[in-house]
Write a protein that binds this ligand. Structure first.
Ligand SMILES: [Zn+2]
Length: 425
């Protein structure tokens, strides 16, 4: 899947390639060694075939070799407007007009139904990383009154949110859960004594279980949103809450099959490869941060036609099983509907002489064994309908499954016993 449409954006895409080839020593060299001739790139297919992918590790390595910004920068330092840092560390100078995604975020804020004049409590870090400041600027631009809460000091944060009667929470869902616990420990009733009505959940996976808990505790409507430190805001939920709509502004997104490199289709998993359109202090072209998304088929009930995605995790945890790309997080999301499931792992085998691969979903439970067949059948059907793959469900004592198999980054979740198989590059 490509977004926006490659044909509509092709002139901007090619202008960006021309700009970076002229102004950034890194891309000039990378294009030369890959034989890229920008003038000869006539369509997306040619772009995909010849322009090299920039992995996060390449960016970090080049900045280490040529500190602090690497060979990426396109303008003299005196033209920088701000300096941000993201984990790595990756040093990110910005032109004043880049605006940190403010316009894009403003549209996401509007889509959540937040009105000018509402009080917004931001609990992302304002230290060093761009997240807190980026949201702060966007909510201010949307006409809101913004509390720069930052991280930590949860008791003080509860007092601030209560005193200012904040109606919008913006931050990680786990910190919101922590604020709920803190409010209760202060003998407050979160639903009565806090005033949040909308939650902008970001920088962390919002699991269905956590969403349910927070909505029950606060009477809040949570909107999942995702972005990436280097490329900025990427996608956010509408009122339907069935996946996140991709934002469309100054970013050309490819979602590629991690095995073949071809564009993934709706219903499949694709790795994000993003190109920032237009001049940047440190432009990223075909940048792959290593994030995988499920591409949701069909149109959204909200009526918007922009494609929707669901973040599934790091691309390294994906395996191709029976021809289907599977990320353990997709399976985890299904299993969270079943309270009997404590842990899980997926074992793939290809027994010699057998035609098909065998996939077992081993579920660790504290229920008495054997577990009724009915439950196994329900779980198998739920997994099949969501992940599009049949698995044999097998219940085992919880202690048989390693604890780390059931949590991000899910590196230990899939045991691939097929000969010659391992992690994707
Ligand atoms: Zn929608």
């Amino acid at each position: 899947m490509l977004w926006p449409d490659a044909a509509a954006e092709f002139d901007r895409l090619r202008a960006t390639l021309k700009w970076v080839a002229e102004h950034s020593p890194y891309y000039r060299r990378a294009f030369e060694s890959a034989g890229v001739r920008v003038d000869e790139i006539r369509n997306y297919e040619a772009f995909r075939q010849c322009v090299p992918i920039l992995r996060k590790t390449d960016l970090v390595a080049n900045q280490r070799a040529h500190p602090p910004f690497g060979e990426f920068v396109t303008v003299p330092r005196k033209l920088f407007g701000s300096l941000h840092t993201s984990p790595g560390p990756i040093f990110l100078p910005r032109l004043p007009e880049e605006n940190q995604g403010t316009e894009t975020l403003r549209e996401a804020i509007r889509a959540m139904g937040v009105a000018p004049g509402e009080v917004v409590h931001i609990t992302l870090s304002y230290h060093i990383m761009p997240g807190g400041l980026r949201l702060h600027r966007a909510f201010e631009a949307a006409g809101c009154l913004v509390i720069n809460g930052g991280t930590g000091s949860s008791q003080l944060q509860v007092e601030l949110a209560r005193a200012w009667q904040a109606t919008v929470y913006a931050g990680t869902p786990s910190f919101l859960a922590h604020l709920v616990d803190t409010a209760r420990s202060m003998s407050l009733d979160p639903r009565r004594d806090l005033f949040y009505r909308v939650g902008f959940s970001t920088a962390e996976m919002l699991t269905p279980q956590l969403r349910h808990e927070l909505q029950a505790a606060l009477g809040i409507e949570l909107f999942d949103h995702c972005g990436e430190a280097q490329i900025g805001p990427l996608a956010g939920e509408c009122h339907v809450h069935d996946g996140m709509h991709l934002h469309a502004r100054d970013l050309f997104c490819e979602f590629l099959d991690p095995v073949t490199g071809n564009p993934a289709k709706p219903g499949e998993i694709g790795e994000l490869v993003a190109t920032q359109l237009g001049p940047r202090a440190l432009p990223l072209v075909r940048y792959a941060p290593g994030d995988a998304f499920e591409l949701i088929p069909g149109s959204c009930r909200c009526g918007r036609s922009t494609p929707r995605v669901r973040f599934v995790g790091q691309v390294g945890a994906i395996r191709k099983i029976k021809g289907v790309l599977v990320h353990p997080q997709q399976v985890h999301r299904v299993l969270q509907q079943f309270p009997q499931v404590r842990r899980f792992e997926i074992v793939i085998q290809h027994p010699p002489g057998e035609r098909y691969e065998r996939v077992r979903l081993r579920i660790g439970t504290d229920m008495a064994l054997p577990v009724p067949d009915q439950l196994a059948a329900e779980i198998a059907a739920a997994v099949k309908s969501s992940v599009l793959l049949s698995m044999e469900v097998e219940f085992v004592p919880e202690s048989e499954i390693p604890e780390e198999a059931t949590r991000p980054p899910y590196a230990a979740t899939i045991r691939d016993l097929r000969p010659g198989k391992g992690a994707l590059p």
